[in-house]
Design a protein around this ligand. Sequence first.
Ligand code: NAP
Length: 339
Amino acid sequence: MKQKTALIIGIAGQDGSYLAEFLLSKNYRVVGLMLNSIVLSSSLIAHLANKIAITYGDLLDMGSIMETIRSYQPDEIYNLAAQSSPGDSWRLAIETAEITGVGAQRVYEAVRCVKPDCRIYQASSSEMFGTPTMVPQNEHTPFEPVNPYGAAKLYAHSMAQIYSKSYNLFIACGILFNHESPRRGINFLTQKVAYGAACIKLGILNSPDLNEQGEPIVKNGTIALGNLDAKRDWGFAGDYVEAMWMMLQHKTPGTYVIGTGEIRTVRQLCEEAFHGVGLDWKKHVVADQRFIRLTETGTTVADATKAKSELGWSPRTSFADLVKMMVEHQINRIKKQQN
Ligand code: NAP
């Protein structure tokens, strides 16, 4: 059978790096599109450098996307690139719309013009549900985004349906709920908690890594977080990238909700992380108004029944194992930096 070529746009992000590993294990030729600003040797895909082809481009630049597709003739494109932080999306509202929203449309448009038989995976998000009235959420739950990120993702999601129907393109959308890993950016909540627990366990009471306010994430032995009662469905990114691939192997393009179906509060996340290293989270975590979002996302939890029945996908990693993996990774990272 002919070797397939997959183009991963946003390969140097959390999901892109896991997806690249997964597709290599499936014998794909993997091409990754990265921003020029990313240094390959210190990126999340440094260990794959001699196994993949790297090209540079930008979702803001139509020419670079068209040229990449023309040169590599991919069978599958995974569009994972985005300004991906809901929290930062008020500060970066226009950039979020242009990259996360219209950027995805540039991919559909480029495929339509250059290689219309190429299958596309679009990274949609549970943030499109905003403050849902139905719990859990499935593919029929109405969208009501409450932040610029959710709105930009909904634009990209809607355009995917329009391009799919109008031009007969194969565009599958995964409505993924929060998924985390040791590769999560330090500006995301779960990684802050994992890093905080690791620092305090190692006796670091003022951390070198800073939060979005430019202060140490751990300050005087304490981490400051937003709404501790916020509820989320957290899974492991390594499990979720398999669902992306499964969507593109299905006979028809579809939309699939992907999540664990388990709901936990930020408090429970802190408890799990700190308890795992023998600490009492209540002594080290404070709620700080400055980190509360302008509009809070509601209770989002996935009903992934369709993905299970149509694709055969289910998550494999438990919440406890995920948190343990992230805290242990941070402990090892800090120890390495200390040596
Ligand atoms: P991530 O780690 O932030 O990766 C996104 C990647 O896109 C980064 O490598 C980023 O480069 C790149 N990028 C940003 N702007 C770009 C541009 N203009 N042109 C080309 N590349 C650009 O995000 P992730 O967690 O892997 O998530 C992957 C996708 O799934 C994203 O679209 C995200 O919004 C979506 N999603 C994620 C979750 C989740 O919980 N992780 C849930 C639902 C949906 P820089 O690092 O240099 O900015």
